[in-house]
Design a protein around this ligand. Sequence first.
Ligand SMILES: NC(=O)c1ccc[n+]([C@@H]2O[C@H](COP(=O)([O-])OP(=O)(O)OC[C@H]3O[C@@H](n4cnc5c(N)ncnc54)[C@H](O)[C@@H]3O)[C@@H](O)[C@H]2O)c1
Length: 340
Amino acid sequence: MTILVTGAGLIGCHTARLLIENGQSVVLLDNNPSQPAISSILGDKLPPIERIDIRDLAAIQAVIARHRVTRVLHTAAALSLAFNANPPMGAAVNILGTVNLLEASRQAGISRFVFGSSTTVAYSTFHRPAAMPIVEDFDMKVVEDRPGSFYAASKLSAEYFIQLYADRYDMSVGILRYAAVLGLWAGPNNSVPGRLIESLLAQSDNGVVSITDPFLLWSGGDDFIDARDVARANVAALEAASLPTRVYYIASGRLTTLREFVEAARQIRPDVAIQMPPPPATGFAGFPHLRAQPFDIGAAQRDLAFCPECDLVSSLRDAYRQITISGPRRSQTPPTARSG
Ligand SMILES: NC(=O)c1ccc[n+]([C@@H]2O[C@H](COP(=O)([O-])OP(=O)(O)OC[C@H]3O[C@@H](n4cnc5c(N)ncnc54)[C@H](O)[C@@H]3O)[C@@H](O)[C@H]2O)c1
């Protein structure tokens, strides 16, 4: 009765921690696992960690057989920065890697397959007025509304493969579209929200923090959710008797502006001046359209009993605690592009 968690990253580790606390047997799979980073979330209760690349089907099959895996949570992925730097690699990891896991799961008779997707699959529709709030089965023109980034395209593509495997082979699947996830750990904070809070809450010698990367700034609103709330949703999706609608937004259902986000950071770091240029004309993470509608989290509330517990200030406070535990960091402004 072991649960395979692919991706020993921020979300995979928070979910593994909850599962282990619930008495479940877990195996973590990652092509580049870092034990100190994993321990920053899991402490000393470390499950088996398999160093495996999800592009390697035979290795996945062997892990599933060796650990007698019965359920799968798939969070391993190339996030946008890595994807944009190497699109063939990103597509191979996010699309082929997902199909490899589906195929190995089908062959092994896995009873539940849960996938960590992204709300960015819907961002290309923000330019059109939509019914409020945005439902999972949003209106999308397949040509005009094509996904706004390689990353979003890969997530939507993976979603379709998962739906087709479920249709053809009667697999039980859950597709969880996470909003922008808040949380820091001792590993690399690869996501746009991770880089944003790492920059905002960075240690500062002169009492000033500067955000210079325009992709960490936005106009309009965006939706943020704590990594621990995401982990609770993942566990609920792994354990639910059935997942009638298959696709769920895991989001707060609220929009936060850049000004509100910075005000929350000021509550955590009142001693530091935050400097940034005027916000760009674009939406969150460089997506072109400003966001005016929240996501409908009703399906997740109904089927997963999903109820976000962490507010923005408490998420930032805990992230800052992680920075102070993990040692001083500097504000990071790597070149970036549209993300998730
Ligand atoms: N963090 C967010 O804001 C956010 C938002 C929406 C969706 N998501 C999705 O949630 C999932 C987890 O995100 P995260 O924030 O924990 O990211 P993360 O980068 O912390 O974790 C991803 C893990 O996947 C591993 N990985 C990458 N390529 C691999 C490969 N070829 N084989 C095996 N492992 C590989 C990485 O080593 C990393 O540990 C991802 O699928 C991401 O797309 C994240």
